[in-house]
Design a binder for this molecule. Structure first.
Ligand SMILES: Cc1ncc(COP(=O)(O)O)c(C=O)c1O
Length: 423
């Protein structure tokens, strides 16, 4: 809004100005397992066979409505890819001031001659890449007339849901495992949700949503159980392609829980290639898990399409503590089709990696991001990744949300200072 005396302030909605000129190019939704078609513009959960639905677009229409140069000229974050997104009306867009997340090459924590670049998703609203998926889920819930959203979460997704839904004027109810980082539980409540801790894992929390949603009138926003979070995560692939001059890196290491980001990026590359915006080269996709919860790694090693539930899941990297992923076969397909691999690292290695990168490069990774660094170190040592390959590591959240080692050093200003102790 402008006034004659005050300088113009860019409203969040203006970052998505012109949205209504293109509208959505969605043609239909499609079962990711059977290919069965579902109508656009209606409320959908999983497909009839219980698998995720994928949004399909008229890619020719998108290609005719926007060019790569026009996209490059736009400022702001993931909403700049609006033609590739399902929201039809600007009135339903929810923006908390997103940015294009930076690519930060590691310098001192990697051997000379290697090219390891962190995509730092911690710069997004609520401090994690969950902003991408949840902004889209909230916008689409709004477009489809929903008012009360519910979800299970390991922390960051709940925070993003709470924030975007509150901004959109919607109610949220969120369930977290009771050992979810305290900061996540508190930020979820503070950002307007009603949050509950549950003495179980994320799948136990998911069951509470599933069992209660009909009676409570909740819209279930669980990972891949509604079709739009993946569209938000897809923007990581669009953004990477743009940042690399409409090319792709050699290898992407992705900390994999539900796998939405990995599946989303794979979808982005397919759409961009179909439009002729990138070539046929694909990055090798690497799914990174912890040895304490590695269902996807086990399924990859066993050569199977579905991952059985991982019993007694444990890892300090709570975002990737997902014992069963509804999109397991989509993660595994992307990993295999790309010529990538799945790899598990110990919690000890994860924490060592976090400390090493922070000390040497001043970059505080979240534990899940640190898992990708640890996995890259292991893969380099075993020859699964070459020294000359351009590698992307996903730091999915700010490291500031996680417990850090305590410091006990202090000085008494009333006593003589021993300057010999300073290094
Ligand atoms: C920091 C962080 N990294 C990775 C993940 C896993 O993401 P995805 O569900 O896309 O596999 C999560 C999910 O909670 C997370 O919070």
């Amino acid at each position: 809004m402008t006034s004659p005396t005050k300088p113009a302030l860019l409203e969040p909605e203006q970052t998505v100005a012109l949205y209504d000129q293109t509208g959505s190019s969605v043609t239909h939704l499609e079962c990711s397992m059977t290919g069965e078609r579902y109508e656009a513009g209606q409320l959908h959960g999983l497909s009839k066979v219980g698998k995720p639905l994928l949004v399909r677009y008229n890619l020719d229409k998108i290609a005719a409505s926007v060019t790569r140069e026009q996209i490059e000229a736009r400022t702001g974050g993931f909403w700049k890819y609006r033609e590739f997104l399902p929201v039809g009306s600007a009135a339903n867009v929810v923006s908390l001031g997103e940015v294009m997340t930076p690519l930060v090459p590691l310098r001192n924590s990697v051997p000379t001659g290697t090219e390891v670049i962190v995509k730092d998703e911690g710069r997004l609203p609520t401090g994690s890449f969950k902003a991408r998926g949840l902004a889209l889920a909230v916008a689409m819930a709004k477009e489809l007339g929903q008012s009360h959203l519910a979800m299970p979460t390991n922390g960051n997704a709940g925070a993003a849901l709470a924030a975007y839904a509150s901004y959109a004027g919607m109610k949220t109810t969120v369930f977290c495992p009771d050992d979810t980082p305290e900061v996540n539980i508190r930020e979820i409540e503070l950002q307007g949700a009603q949050v509950f801790t549950v003495n179980g894992l994320i799948n136990d929390c998911g069951k509470i949503v599933l069992d209660g949603k009909e009676a409570m009138g909740w819209s279930d926003i669980s990972t891949l159980k509604e079709p739009y979070r993946i569209e938000g995560k897809k923007t990581m692939g669009l953004e990477l392609a743009e940042q690399f001059g409409w090319q792709v890196p050699d290898v992407i290491f992705y900390p994999t829980g539900g796998g939405t980001g990995l599946i989303g990026m794979w979808k982005a590359f397919a759409e961009l290639e179909a439009m002729g915006w990138i070539g046929s080269k694909r990055p090798r996709m690497v799914a990174v898990q912890s040895t304490g919860c590695a269902p996807i790694v086990k399924a990859w090693e066993d050569g199977v399409e579905h991952a059985p539930l991982w019993e007694n899941a444990f890892t300090a990297a709570s975002g990737i503590r997902v014992p069963a992923a509804v999109g397991d076969f989509l993660i595994l397909r992307a990993v295999r089709e790309s010529g990538g691999f799945a790899i598990a690292v110990t919690d000890e290695h994860i924490m060592q990696a976090r400390d090493e990168v922070a000390r040497k490069d001043g970059f505080l990774l979240c534990p899940e991001g640190a898992a990708t660094f640890a996995a890259w170190q292991s893969a380099l040592a075993s020859g699964q990744v070459g020294k000359d390959e351009r590698v992307i590591l996903f730091n999915c959240a700010t490291g500031l949300k996680y417990p850090m080692p305590p410091i006990s050093r202090s000085l008494d200003r009333h006593q003589p200072i021993d300057y010999g102790q300073f290094k």
